[in-house]
Design a protein around this ligand. Structure first.
Ligand code: G5P
Ligand code: MG
Length: 220
């Protein structure tokens, strides 16, 4: 029951993960959310990561591997082995280290064109504390500029500035996209191509429905 979403920045990983959590009860583990929480808490990892994240650069592999495998081990120790990774692994080296610890049963590759992504990210606003994501036109908050749940102000991520988004997309194509081959070779990769999450999700849901029937956590 260990699954993963892989896709470019802004391809809709967080948006679709939310729906998969609602429909299948996955534990959502987003590396970006984990890092932003560390940064907000001012931990030593957060301080180390801040300059990389804000500049759209990848945080060093050894920091990410330690952070994410320890988050996953904590889940597994409490009996939760139905999880959905979002944003990790992002390099060949991260993927190999993850493989040494856990077997992923399903890797869903979101394939969304860069032009669509650049347009979306300009309209993205987030609630810093919870990570809730909005789009001013496609998924607006009930009240302009304010989080639906807490009523607190929404912000734009520092790494959503157009020049930083360009760098993030380059990193994706150079370092992350190639690792889909790693999962294709293992026979666990499925690709979902499109420009609208509302169109991608029904086929993704159907696919996960079929996968869940055959998948089992060893602890369940
Ligand atoms: P993150 O946080 O992992 P990214 O770059 O992977 O960041 P991001 O930006 O969070 O991904 P997403 O989750 O794929 O994007 O997309 P989303 O938020 O759901 O959707 C984007 C916007 O589009 C939202 O406003 C949403 O409402 C809207 N939207 C969704 N669907 C549609 C649609 O159909 N139509 C329209 N019009 N809009 C839609 O990582 C951040 C940083 O952390 C570090 C790096 O520095 C990274 O840059 N990091 C790592 N570094 C090293 N290794 C790792 N493993 C790392 N993980 C994170
Ligand atoms: Mg995200």
């Amino acid at each position: 029951m260990r699954a993963m979403l892989i896709g470019a920045p802004g391809s809709g990983k967080g948006t679709l993960a939310k729906r998969l959590v609602r429909d299948f009860g996955f534990q959502h583990v987003s590396s970006g959310d984990v890092l932003r929480q560390q940064m907000a808490d001012g931990t030593s990892v957060g301080k180390k990561a801040e300059s990389y994240v804000n500049a759209g650069k990848l945080v060093p592999d050894e920091v990410m591997v330690e952070l994410m495998t320890s988050a996953l081990k904590t889940l597994e120790t409490s009996g939760k082995c139905k999880w959905l990774l979002d944003g990790f692994p992002r390099t060949e080296s991260q993927a190999k280290t993850l493989d040494d610890t856990f077997d992923l049963g399903l890797v869903m590759h979101l394939d969304v064109p860069d032009e669509e992504i650049i347009d979306r990210i300009q309209h993205r606003f987030v609630h810093r504390e919870s990570g809730r994501v909005y789009h001013t036109l496609w998924n607006p908050p009930k009240v302009d500029g304010v989080d639906d749940v807490t009523g607190e102000p929404l912000i734009q991520r520092d790494d959503d500035k157009p020049e930083v988004v360009k760098d993030r997309l380059e990193k994706y194509w150079d370092l992350t996209m190639p690792i889909t081959q790693h999962y294709a070779a293992k026979g666990v990769l499925s690709k979902f191509t499109g420009t609208e999450s509302d169109v991608i999700y029904p086929s993704m849901k159907k696919f996960v429905d079929g996968w869940v029937i055959g998948a089992r956590c060893t602890r369940e």
